[in-house]
Design a binder for this molecule. Structure first.
Ligand code: PLP
Length: 400
């Protein structure tokens, strides 16, 4: 018996456990200190009323012989949900066939599962800093990884050039952790590059619902030609607070072919073999997100998080701290003041302001010197944290 030795190549994920230990130690040493956590990207508002109603009704259906649903007729998902997603895309001018939409139990699973479609002998391009899952999925499989630096010079949005070589490219926009968001024009450059190099883009649109400024893309399929080179992965976690309910979807276009094979057909084959679909009640809940009432309630929740982001942004503006994100994203990515390193700023902010964030270095080497705050917290606590951050930075001798 031989194990998959690539697991030994994985870097220990120290980030969130290190943060948890540091905060626990600090709290134990300062039991009276009120600590505000703006570190983790989980949502805090409950599910919308329409979603909960749909969950109740679907659960009731499951309790009666006449309305009971067993194995899902298609592992790809119920037509009612795929049609609702089709309409959602049509609302922004993207035409999809329902055969191109696959319901999943969340974006994270599919971001890893999609790699089943690709040979191990491919080079994967990953931005740095990055959502760590892209890297670990490929380390586990033993694929070559090349990093694309994201920094202040390129607005934290790496772009391709003719010398860039790679077969599979991960793009995440709005980005976790930086909040930076590609324009449709910038994605067009990526699409042209991918088509010219026969590469495939895995586009992570988990935060698309936060995009509000014109010109920015919510889907890579807003770009002409993207269906020939891209797969899009999306989630109900951030748009509708499904982090604990679990549902997402992946769009694999029928026009996407490589080496004479249809990736849509390959993915369907993969899913029908290795996946038995998402719970009926969860799919009903997800469909409720796209009803008129559901959309209204969800927009109210998104606006709540947007206000939090604005409150944090206003405090950083007053403090004279450089940051990006926060406008089309729930993440604020700031340059650590006083030339502090990421972890140094983490410790300093915890001690000086009692606020917890995430050190940028935890997302990749290029994140050193930066820090992520999230807008997913409680509004009053976020305001309190923003006030404390501003007051703390003002005490720095050299300002910023
Ligand atoms: N993609 C990105 C960029 C994320 O930040 C996250 C979660 O934080 C996910 C995907 C995972 O989404 P899901 O909850 O649908 O698995």
């Amino acid at each position: 018996m031989k194990v998959n030795k690539h697991y030994a190549e994985l870097e220990e994920s120290y980030l969130f456990s290190t943060i948890a230990h540091k905060v626990a130690d600090y709290q134990a040493a300062h039991p009276d200190k009120d600590i505000i956590r703006l570190g983790i990207g989980d949502v805090t508002l409950p599910l919308a009323k329409s979603v909960v109603k749909a969950l109740h009704e679907a659960s009731e259906e499951q309790g009666h012989k006449e309305t009971f649903h067993g194995y899902i007729p298609s592992e790809q998902g119920y037509p009612f949900l795929r049609e609702a997603i089709q309409k959602y895309y049509a609302g922004r001018g993207v035409e999809l066939d329902t055969a191109e939409i696959f319901i999943s139990d969340g974006a994270k699973s599919d971001l890893g599962n999609l790699l089943d479609l690709f040979d191990v002998d491919n080079t994967v391009l990953v931005p740095d800093p990055v959502y760590p899952v892209y890297v670990d999925d490929n380390v586990m499989a033993g694929r070559r990884i090349a990093y694309m630096p994201a920094n202040a010079d390129n607005g934290f949005l790496p772009m391709p050039n003719d010398s860039l070589k790679g077969d599979i490219v991960y793009l995440c926009s709005p980005n976790n952790p930086t909040g930076a968001t590609y324009t449709v024009d910038q994605l067009k450059v990526w699409v042209d590059w991918a088509k010219a190099h026969k590469a495939v883009i895995l586009f992570d649109a988990a935060y698309e619902c936060f995009v509000s400024e014109p010109g920015l893309a919510r889907s890579i399929f807003e770009v002409e030609g993207a269906k020939e080179c891209a797969i899009e992965v999306c989630s109900f976690s951030k748009i509708a607070g499904f982090t604990g309910t679990r549902c997402g979807y992946t769009v694999v276009p029928q026009a996407l072919e490589r080496e004479g094979m249809s990736l849509n057909k390959m993915w369907l084959r993969r899913q029908t073999t290795k996946f038995n679909g998402v719970a009926y009640i969860v799919q009903r809940a997800a469909a409720a997100v796209f009803t008129e009432e559901g959309m209204k309630e969800i927009q109210e929740n998104l606006d709540y998080y947007r206000r939090n982001a604005a409150v944090i942004g206003a405090a950083l503006d007053k403090a004279g701290v450089w940051y990006c994100g926060g406008k089309n994203s729930p993440y604020i990515w700031l340059k650590c003041p006083g030339n502090m390193g990421s972890w140094q700023f983490f410790d300093w902010l915890l001690e000086t302001a009692g606020v917890v964030g995430t050190p940028g270095e935890g997302f990749g080497a290029c994140g050193e010197g930066y820090f992520r705050l999230t807008a997913f917290g409680d509004a009053d606590r976020t305001k309190e944290a923003a006030d404390r951050i501003l007051a703390a930075i003002k005490t720095l001798p050299s300002g910023c």
